[in-house]
Design a protein around this ligand. Structure first.
Ligand code: ADP
Ligand code: MG
Length: 250
């Protein structure tokens, strides 16, 4: 589903991704761990074309995201193509990013109606089904500010699902939540995993990683230090940097 090859990315003089190679197979959950500043968010953002890469290629579902090879050069795709590809990738942020002036239902129907041109009635029906799935059927007409952080994040997940994405990206989806609200959001993500949703999840929740990840990736300083099944990376890490990191978050 996702094939990342030799991806490099700098911000000015700062090289943030120093040659990333990563493959995510359809239906699998990849959990990305690593210290703050190691490049996890930047990596997710390049997959979704919120950030351009300097070198390397990223393909999602067979299509190069935002880049096209012409001879030896990478050429950017036209913006229209980029937007089309992006609608196939759902992104859930740490801070929910809901539209504050729209109700829960409107937050979910906005993109399908405006970006994809789906009939409103159909989008509303789909949104109600999604709200049921994330346990918020009774909050359709509430505004985000009247919801808890955990509820807002579940709405954000429903909103991402409304585009029927082939791939879901989560960037620390529970880091902004009070501890007692973390479980309800992880439960929704676990449910998606059980249904075979292809996901890349950046998180510090090691228990979650152990339970749902097919592959755990440990990043440090712009590189993937090690990757493998959770039982290997979490319980028998081969690298000192992974061990040091795990000893801090466990
Ligand atoms: P992580 O998500 O692992 O904490 P990030 O990908 O957010 O790491 O950031 C990696 C590094 O890139 C950090 O040093 C950060 O300050 C820097 N960085 C991220 N985005 C930008 C940007 N838009 N401009 C300049 N530096 C950035
Ligand atoms: Mg980050």
């Amino acid at each position: 589903m996702v094939d990342i090859r030799s991806v490099h990315k700098s911000f000015g003089p700062l090289e943030v991704l120093k040659g990333i190679d990563l493959t995510v197979r359809t239906g699998e959950v990849t959990v990305v761990l690593g210290p703050s500043g190691s490049g996890k968010s930047t990596l997710l953002r390049t997959v979704n074309h919120l950030e351009k890469v300097d070198r390397g290629t990223i393909s999602v579902d067979g299509a190069l995201v935002g880049y096209r090879r012409t001879g030896d050069r990478l050429r950017e795709l036209p913006e229209r193509e980029v937007l089309k590809q992006r609608t196939r990738i759902g992104f859930v942020f740490q801070n929910f990013h809901l539209f504050p002036h729209l109700t829960v239902l409107e937050n979910i129907t906005e993109a399908p109606v405006s970006a994809l041109g789906r009939p409103r009635r159909e989008a509303v029906e789909a949104a109600r089904r999604l709200l049921e799935r994330v346990g918020l059927a009774d909050r359709a007409s509430a505004y985000p500010r009247h919801l808890s952080g955990g509820q807002q994040q579940r709405v954000a997940i429903a909103r991402a699902l409304a585009l029927r994405p082939r791939l879901l990206l989560f960037d620390e989806p529970t880091s902004a939540l009070d501890p007692e609200l973390v479980g309800e959001v992880l439960d929704v993500i676990k449910d998606l995993a059980r249904q075979g949703t292809t996901m890349i999840v950046v998180t510090h929740e090691i228990g979650f990683a152990r339970e749902v990840a097919d592959t755990v990736v440990f990043m440090d300083d712009g590189r993937i230090v090690e990757q493998g099944p959770p039982g290997d990376v979490l319980d028998r890490p081969r690298h000192e940097r992974t061990r040091a990191f795990l000893s801090k978050v466990l």
